[in-house]
Ligand binder design. Structure first.
Ligand code: ARG
Length: 581
């Protein structure tokens, strides 16, 4: 039980005995520690209903509160109840966490399956720096959910069946450089994709040729299918390399093409059920009229009022679409994987697609907790969207290579003792950590301008700062003559810096469940920075190794717990910690 849960339980008991009926109320951390550690507005809310004086009610509640050993309580302002946790309770909590490999994190996801749909780049197009957001955020959410006890299925729903294959097929047949493909396949696929685009601009009839290639592919033409398969294979190989550098793993790679043979049947079901109907030759899903137009994804407001905003699931030429595939995918995930929740980590521009998808799935009877975990765009220095087609934009691999190089240079400068493989490994951990942390430490919905220096910063509020903090703590333990047994240490908190450190330790388990409520790994990133800062203040204010035995052991135990929470927390962001740096 977290301290917050403990307070809520005691508060519920006090409310019930004060007002003579079963009641519960929320306790939250205070915004300002001067007012205590936690607070509740229960008295104000309950007094309002009952038309009684809130401060008087607050006093009555406090009189009924059994807080012995845990906290003190007082009234503030119009009737807030503020709680201050006793140092002894923080000490007991720290001791408890040292024995808990979950570090106080409750397993709220027990018995539930969540599919995390993330990364999902489009094959034969380069993995663009914009995909980095989905990959890094999705991977972190999956790790956090797993730690919270969910059964997590990470699925890479790659775009392996899009219209881009018309262009790729035409390019493959007319302008492929076999040697270049052999040497490094993804750039060569990218080149033909771009060159075909240029050719189309010069001569629109090329577009027709490409469309014909696509139709042939979709009709099962063996030559085109074989080329398509080769493209998929080389692209996957390239992607795997990137995921390996990033330390990102998937349980499945069920791309769009996996669902091809379910699409025709799906459209029939939608027609029979009356969820979709024909319109100008195409099969479309329209509004069912059950919602207000403002909440209806199949309605849109134009100059002359609300009009239909249908989703096409089969084109007049018989082709199926992105939405059709996603509907089939939901069915599969629910039927085969027993998914309770599906999280789609995909950019903001696809918001309408997901609103329509979730609405259509519900009308179809596919029930689950589906969430579009949207994120903002990465903009070029001109503040315009960075696009795959414009040619000049930065690719993900370039960012990663540069990150590792910059880290290597700094390590060579700061710690020339580190050499060879060890230095390389550390540079990788530090460089990739910096890139991931730059992404995860900000709100996912903000757009940001891509800037090398921000992405690769190694100083200030960065992963290297956190990694360095763990290294520094480990080095304290290396100075000991005998191994330290944190589990048997008695923790006593006297100094303010010690209490604050233990306060933050206790928060870890309260914080993690909040992160998946609205998908904000930046809460964890910022918490870890706060913890590291608290550690450095503690280490400055409180001598550890030079203290007499009992104090020393208590402080070493705090060091140990800090180090464990830092490395576990970084691990949940997908960031490793080096032994030295
Ligand atoms: N391939 C898509 C894109 O790059 C993302 C797919 C996301 N997942 C999904 N189930 N729609 O835009």
């Amino acid at each position: 039980m977290t301290l917050l849960q403990d307070l809520e339980a005691r508060l519920a008991a006090a409310l019930s005995s004060t007002l003579g009926e079963p009641l519960t109320a929320a306790v939250t951390p205070t915004a300002d520690l001067r007012f205590g550690d936690y607070q509740t507005n229960a008295a104000m809310v309950l007094a309002k209903h009952r038309k009684i004086n809130p401060r008087a009610l607050a006093q009555e509640i406090i009189d009924h509160l059994q807080l012995d050993g845990l906290a003190t309580a007082d009234i503030a302002g119009p009737g807030f109840i503020n709680f201050r946790i006793l140092p002894a309770a923080y000490a007991a909590k720290a001791a408890e966490l040292l024995h808990d490999e979950k570090l106080g994190v409750p397993t709220v996801g027990e018995g539930q399956t969540v599919v995390v749909d993330f990364s999902a780049p489009n094959v034969a197009k380069p993995m663009h720096v914009g995909h980095i957001r989905s990959t890094i955020i999705g991977d972190s959410l999956g790790r956090i959910a797993r730690f919270l006890g969910f059964k997590v299925i990470a699925d890479n729903h790659i775009g392996d069946w899009g219209t881009q294959f018309g262009m790729i097929l035409h390019g493959w047949k007319t302008m492929l450089n076999a040697e270049a493909l052999e040497a490094d396949p993804i750039p060569e696929l990218l080149r033909i994709y771009r060159d075909v685009n240029t050719a189309i601009k010069a001569d629109p009839s090329v577009l027709e040729t490409c469309k014909n290639e696509l139709v042939k592919l979709q009709a099962g033409d063996p030559e085109n299918l074989a080329i398509w398969q080769q493209c998929i294979d080389v692209s996957k190989r390239g992607l795997r390399k990137i995921y390996e550098i990033l330390d990102v793993k998937f349980d499945h790679w069920l791309g769009e093409s996996y669902y091809n043979d379910r699409l025709a049947g799906l459209v029939d079901v939608f027609l029979t059920k009356g969820i979709a109907r024909e319109s100008e030759g195409a099969i479309c899903i329209f509004s069912d009229g059950a919602k207000n137009p403002e909440d209806d994804p199949f309605m849109v407001h134009k100059e002359d009022g609300w009009t239909d905003n249908p989703a096409i699931i089969r084109k007049a030429d018989g082709g199926f679409l992105y939405a059709t595939t996603d509907l089939a995918t939901i069915q599969f995930r629910i039927d085969e994987w027993k998914a309770d929740r599906i999280w789609y980590v995909v950019g903001v521009p696809q918001q309408l697609h997901f609103r329509q998808l979730f609405d259509a799935a519900a009308r179809w009877g596919k029930i689950g907790n589906f969430q579009h975990v949207a994120f903002g765009s990465i903009l070029g220095e001109d503040r315009k969207l960075m696009k795959t087609r414009s040619g000049e934009n930065v690719q993900l691999t370039d960012v990663l290579t540069e990150a590792i190089e910059r880290a290597a240079n700094i390590i060579a400068e700061k710690n020339p003792d580190l050499q060879g493989e060890e230095a390389e490994e550390i540079a990788k951990i530090v460089g990739i950590g910096a890139v991931k942390f730059a992404e995860l430490s900000q709100g996912r919905l903000t757009d940001y301008v891509f800037a090398w220096d921000r992405m690769l910063a190694l100083q200030g509020d960065t992963a290297p700062y956190l990694q360095y903090s763990t290294v520094r703590i480990r080095s304290i333990f290396r100075k000991l003559d005998a191994p330290f047994d944190a589990a048997s240490a008695v923790i006593t908190l006297n100094e303010e810096a010690e209490i604050h450190l233990a306060r933050l330790h206790a928060r870890f388990g309260e914080l993690l469940p909040l992160i998946i409520e609205d998908f904000r790994p930046n809460l964890l990133a910022n918490y870890l920075l706060e913890l590291a800062r608290a550690f450095h203040s503690f280490f400055e204010a409180c001598p550890v190794l030079k203290s007499e035995a009992a104090v020393r052991d208590s402080r070493l135990a705090l060091c140990e717990l800090t180090s464990r929470i830092l490395s576990t927390g970084l691990g949940l962001l997908g960031i490793k910690c080096p032994e030295r740096m």
